[in-house]
Write a protein that binds this ligand. Structure first.
Ligand code: 0RQ
Length: 501
């Protein structure tokens, strides 16, 4: 009915998802909105998947490149992967069908730091962007757009794409108006200027996305909620990990290395991250702030109860219940939450300046503190590096956390050598498992190894790690980072052969 399309000329561009999908040809790159299941287009990708399936049935090739903010939902990644419609995917995904195709060698995937994506497109490093498909909450006069529940890379998609398809979703609250801050001051080197953001609550841009209305080729109306993220209540391991982190932060405040209200917090995706915020709710800390990419239930709860005075993010990732709370109290949340483009939420310059406390999940760490966040047994992708690298390298303090074992105790998450490296020993300051916390700051490799084994490994695997390290100390040709190269990855190969590390 065009209720959320306020521009009289653009009203004329309203059409069905099928008609809009027909405007997307095979072989092009499409920039889609969407970040951790929020603000992704909900109708055009599904219609496009049907179009691709029909082409394949006729024996015609049809594939596109899919670029996003981060992970999306079954209606986008899942649907397009199922019909084998994705030639190349970037920069972060968490869809089971995508994952299966990537790991079967049928789909290419480039895993890129989330802060790099927009600038790589501007630099021309990723090729041409032909079409943008972006969900918004309303189309205002003159092609100004009210962003939806994530900002992600939408500014760059709208600026860089030749043609634009807008999905205007009636579901998100119009109370979102004023919550976004889209920075239009980025430039290309050598013309870059400092980004004038010195506090998580600073507003340095405009509340709207802008685009050249003549590039809009279609507007599709939808009325659907975002994918509902399901959070399990914190389990025992998550509670223990959260407890170790809070005890450590308390100690750092006592030592004078952190202010009493800490420094802006960043936290990754998943249940452990969520549990840390549940733990912070019970902690004595007050007046906290967050400068992060994803705002999950745990963080929203801290904002609601007043413990967290301000949160900056690029996307919401809420359960059904939390989304309802968010909408009901949106006028209050708008004063305490800002959503920015991911090139700003994850910007190394700002992360370094604000002194972020970064807390991210990992798959495994080795005894020297190298961290694998992305690969299972060295060769299969799980999700992607996401923003963890943006934050880890530039943070004031960088935590990586995981339960000490996976797959019912068949796998040790502390290993002699990681099977893939995302975060090198230089970017990892604190490793936390339910067993304990290893503070690696200021330690040399051999000191790190002793501590990681003692504090973080599961007792079931600790003796084998101690044995490896002892023998490496004796037999390694170099004694700076002692390793037995023939044995360093034997834990992983043993698991692949026997199902047990
Ligand atoms: O698999 O469900 O099949 O059993 O890996 O493990 O313990 O549920 O952990 O949900 O916290 O995710 C690193 C993947 C952790 C996530 C990762 C298996 C385990 C299970 C998941 P199953 P858990 P979480 C901000 C920051 C990178 C991106 C990032 C991630 C599955 O945190 O994607 O940080 N991080 N972004 O069984 C083999 C091991 C294993 C293992 C766990 N050592 N070996 N399998 N698993 N450890 C957000 C964004 O950037 C968007």
């Amino acid at each position: 009915d065009g209720a959320r399309v306020l521009d009289p000329v653009l009203k004329g561009k309203i059409m069905s998802a099928e008609e809009a999908a027909a405007l997307i040809p095979s072989g092009i790159n499409v920039g889609m909105s969407g970040f951790t299941g929020a603000g992704y287009p909900k109708a055009v990708p599904l219609a496009l998947a049907r179009r691709i399936a029909a082409a394949h049935e006729r024996g015609e090739p049809f594939k596109i490149g899919v670029w996003t903010g981060a992970s999306t939902a079954p209606e986008l990644d899942g649907a397009l992967a199922k019909v084998d419609g994705i030639e190349m995917r970037l920069p972060y995904q968490s869809d089971p069908t995508c994952r299966e195709r990537i790991n079967a060698g049928q789909m290419d995937y480039i895993d890129i730091h989330l802060s790099h994506v927009a600038q790589f497109v501007w630099f021309g490093f990723l090729g041409h962007l032909h079409v943008a498909v972006v969900e918004v909450a309303a189309v205002l006069e003159g092609g100004r757009l009210l962003p939806s529940t994530s900002v992600g890379n939408n500014k760059t998609w709208l600026d860089q794409a030749d043609k634009i398809i807008i999905e205007v979703n009636r579901h998100p609250s119009l109370g979102l108006e004023g919550m976004h801050d889209v920075y239009y001051g980025t430039r290309l080197p050598p013309h870059r200027q400092p980004i004038p953001l010195t506090h998580p609550s600073d507003r340095i841009g405009t509340p709207y996305l802008e685009c050249d209305p003549s590039k809009i080729i279609a507007i599709v109306e939808t009325d659907q909620p975002d994918r509902n993220t399901v959070f399990t209540p914190p389990d025992e391991n998550s509670r223990l990990i959260a407890g170790h982190i809070i005890e450590f932060l308390t100690h750092e405040v006592k030592k004078g290395r952190l202010p009493e209200n800490l420094l802006p917090l960043q936290s990754g995706v998943g249940n452990v991250a969520n549990a840390v915020f549940a733990g912070l709710k019970e902690s004595p800390f007050e007046n906290l702030t967050a400068y992060t990419e994803v705002l999950q239930d745990g963080m929203l709860d801290l904002v609601a109860c007043g413990k967290l005075s301000f949160a900056s993010a690029t996307a919401l990732s809420l359960s059904h219940e939390a989304a309802a709370t968010f909408n009901a109290k949106i006028d209050d949340f708008r004063k305490k939450i800002v959503l920015r483009p991911q090139e700003i939420s994850n910007h190394p310059e700002i992360i370094r300046r604000l002194g972020i406390i970064a807390m991210n999940g990992m798959i495994e760490a080795d005894i020297y503190g190298n961290v694998n966040s992305t690969h299972i047994m060295g060769s299969s992708i799980m999700n992607g590096i996401g923003g963890s690298g943006d934050f880890a390298r530039n943070a004031y303090l960088s935590f990586f956390m995981t339960p000490s074992q996976a797959k019912g105790g068949a796998i040790s998450c502390i290993v002699p050598m990681v099977s893939h490296v995302d975060h090198t020993e230089h970017d990892v300051q604190v490793i936390v498992t339910e067993q304990g916390l290893a503070d690696l700051r200021g330690l040399a490799p051999k000191q790190r190894a002793k501590l990681v084994i003692e504090k973080c490994a599961h007792p079931h695997f600790r003796p084998a790690l101690e044995d490896y390290y002892r023998r490496a100390l004796r037999e390694s040709p170099g004694r700076h980072t002692p390793h037995l190269l023939d044995e360093a990855l034997s834990w992983h190969s043993r698991y692949l052969k026997t199902g047990m590390m």
